[in-house]
Design a protein. Sequence first.
Length: 448
Amino acid sequence: GASPDSCTTSSHRKNDLPIHGVSETIVGVLGGGQLGRMLCQAASQMAIKVIVLDPVENCPAGALSHCHVVGSYDDSVTVEEFAKRCSVLTFEIEHVNVETLEKLEQRGLDVQPKASTIQIIQDKYLQKVHFSHHGIPLPKFMKIDDPVSAKKAGDLFGYPFMIKSKRLAYDGRGNAVAKREEEISSAVQTLGGYDHGLYVEQWAPFVKELAVIVARGRDESILCYPVVETIHRENICHIVKAPANVPLKIRKLATDVAYKAVSSLEGAGVFAVELFLTEDGQILLNEVAPRPHNSGHHTIESCFTSQYEQHLRAILGLQLGDPSMKTQAAIMYNILGEDEVKYILRCELSPLESQLENKFIKADFSETVTLQLKDGFLETYHGEPGFLLAHQLIGRALGISGATVHWYDKPEMRKQRKMGHITMVGPSMAIVETRLKLMLNPKLLDGH
Ligand code: ATP
Ligand code: MG
Ligand code: MG
């Protein structure tokens, strides 16, 4: 982490022309993951200083921030100390301490979006109640406290249904499906039991998942980004296609629902609205994120104003930028972590294996490697070590026109962890899809 010294800012630069008047403004961000990292990248371009609070010493945003304070964004004392140094406080994660934010707001700190918004959103059940009060279409839902209420949900909604944790959910961790009554108890178990705070959602029979990034300025002006399609793999966002290939009528409806949802919340910033499109052309809201979002990564390369720049403009009270696309089509592909790399490092190091310690491997490996562990821990390992795979993917992307690589530099790879992403842009969706296929299937590149 940065020492107090390295975090001191000199505010006496000579001949400093305050072009947008914010270059001495300090934006504080709670959380230092990839979203924070990309926020720092946008901030650097506009000479806006971002300081981040994150407990992980070498978190993705740390190295690119003006200053990284190592500490918990859920600890009130730490957040209060951090807030003293901020002109405006914002988030890249909603799982923060709301009581502290409310206290800080009452003391006059500029928190964007508002603590009330974070409070509604961080509890998914409360979020559903809020949006249903505002007339937003949602899958049916109800709170469950015990086996009797869970069974009642099954009787009312039918099977399968989705059981969700009210709090601390991300990347599908916090969701469990009950396909029939007998599965309720094991599904509840995997989520930590009834005391953990659970609710049930009716199954949304979606044909596509859509998302809309909505930006709201301090003057309450609202701009919507083009509707995108999100494709999930095991509950994790994996591919985003922009724009979504749906009829204009659906795009309008999705945008209207997203606009209405964000209008019901307080504060400035960008918000991501996740939606389900059903077979009969209905749009149902899944959830809202009060921050930049995975479904908006593509905007860095494909829109006139990226969601990250837009978030900064919004919270700082600058004019919002044009959210429309400057390229015909874009696809974002998430690089998800594979098996634990530590496993591999515990093996007897041969020349091949020793290179795995290095993130960037020079040798040309086959798709699958077999490793033998020495300590009897595991005899052989068949598979595709994650970094190796990521490296190969990145290597191929570098050779494809219209592809841009984003590597988050996370300290560790874990299975299903978002490690980086690649955005492809091009003159049509068909061309971008072909480019994606080329990247994913090297045999096509080699001409085999
Ligand atoms: P995120 O990383 O987006 O915050 P999360 O952990 O909050 O994810 P959800 O967005 O609630 O999880 O759900 C993850 C995915 O699970 C959805 O994108 C969708 O594919 C599926 N899903 C969620 N709710 C339902 C539902 N009611 N019916 C059918 N599928 C659902
Ligand atoms: Mg979520
Ligand atoms: Mg979600």
